[in-house]
Design a protein. Sequence first.
Length: 300
Amino acid sequence: MVELRAMNESALHQSFAGDVYNSAVYLKRCFPEINAAVVTAIGQDKLSTQMLERFNSESLDTDFVFAHDTKVPGMYYIETDEAGERSFSYWRNDSAAKKVVEFLTADVVEQLSAGDMFFFSGISLAVIDPNTRAQFWQKVEQLKQAGVSIVFDPNYRARLWQSPDETKEQYHHAFNVSDVVLPGVEDFEMLYGLNTVQAVIDFCKPYDIHEVVVKNGPKSVVTMIGEEQLSHNITPVTHVVDTTSAGDAFNGVYLGARLSGRAIDDAVNLAAKAAGTVIQQPGAIAPKDIFQQAMRVAGL
């Protein structure tokens, strides 16, 4: 999406962001040897061209970025309070990304089947045209059958859904098909009324999920790998500017670390450092030099 945030009372800063894209950026910055591809649809307008250029500037694979004839990118505006907590205003009714499933032909799915991992989020599910969700699940099942690890971050945004029941139905499909799930306690509290890490872990147990990584803000991260449950302490950041993309940065670096063969505790620590770095900068995508310097200090 096109990201807008206020620089002052009379000027806006324009960039590009979106939860899965943000994760791909941070993954690629930390683990450049991994091929990270973005699967989305953009338009054929100037902003779409600039968006594609930005993808390329972050060394992302754009083979699966499709151009829609008439649609344009969605847009959002960030506002943050004194504590750095963010709120959003969205303009996405004419978003090309809503039509992305139409581009997932048999040939495209075959190409994606050569990958190691397919990552999508609750926002991805909410945004795509509801009439194409059944087709989306068929494509995901095909990827899973081909041996691709399916990864899901619930990332719940109530305003994007018609009702909680609709969300729960779609999330049930997601949990059923996923090998790795990256939930936040806050998401589960809003949608399911579950407000503890253990309640989230217990919710996931009936599903055949190999790896559950529960994010509980600055408090902790708890992982469940098979039958082994571990708690990882997180050092809170004291200077918070903008919490936008904290979870996205965590996801990208965690997944990159796991794909690179890193142990669970190492992956969580690197991911937490990434999230802590990002929330000290405005906007979803932190300046590359600042981010990479922080990650070098963290041991990358």
